[in-house]
Design a binder for this molecule. Sequence first.
Ligand SMILES: [Fe+2]
Length: 359
Amino acid sequence: MKMAVFKPAFSLFSPLLLHFRRLEWFACLPALLILAMPAAAAEVNIYSNRQPFLIQPMLDKFTAETGIAVNSLFAEKGLTERVKAEGVNSPVDVLLTTDIARLKEAVEAGITQPVDSPALISAIPESLRDPAKNWFALTLRARVIYAANDRVKDGEVTTYEGLTAPKWKGRICSRSGNSDYNIALLASQIAHHGETEAAKWLMGVKANLARKPQGDDRAQIRAVAQGECDIALGNTYYMAVMLADPEQAEFARAVRIVFPNQPGTPFPSGTHVNVSGMAMAKHAPNREAAQKLMEFLASPEAQKMYATINNEYPARPGVEPSELLQSWGEFKSDELPLQEIAKFRKRALEIVYETGFDQ
Ligand SMILES: [Fe+2]
């Protein structure tokens, strides 16, 4: 991209040289100073692996309220590596990402800095932020079971562990085992039952698959609706995304959400939840504006937007989920500390490969 706009230096500077010939050198000085100075307008740069349409409304609101422009760069993968490679010259101020493991990875890579903000501390519960103040959760998402309305009766599937039952043979769809969401779920299985049991569980799910793992969470809802399989795993907000899309709503309406591992089931540990969150970059050039943006994203106003626009569960207590999410009912979430999930992520990924889940 840079190569494409590169021009030889002489063509860029020739107008200046002309100036030098025509004018006294000091007459050019103000112009040269202006060229050398960075733009004075307040701005903040974010790197995000959240899809742009999910965060743009909040960023626009922030700009409208503060006059601070937000420049965002979206990349699904490799943001940590990118920031590391950019080093002290990195333009990024705030990192927005999903998955506790990604947040911890950024901290461990040394590309974040603590943010000492009473506003953030009071907004985000202790369990949803880094004790060292490097990252703060913004939203919660539950990984649930999608079940076909017409082929799966109430109470037929109630736990993640139950997905290995022989009655589901050839009836489960899944996205790739090494997607962040599935790795986090497997990591939580390791935390609850140990490595050996977790590997057995994954093999059991694999044995029940209707097809090779493929597609994203939305593709699983579609596959259930179209009868390729009867149950699948997915995050709650994808159901909302599809219900709001005229072309996909019919698929979503054929499928319902089951919150697994609720009280009264054989494994009442609670439904697995993960977070999306934010961190300030270590070399943030616009520190003050960056902190303002972070505090805005944790404000009741932005948290409400996350809830209504994205249909994610707000991290800030007291902000109600969207009506749609409320209609799905309350559920008990897994109380396992998120740090535990992050701790077993590497092992979970190895198990995915060892079991050949995607093959
Ligand atoms: Fe997602």
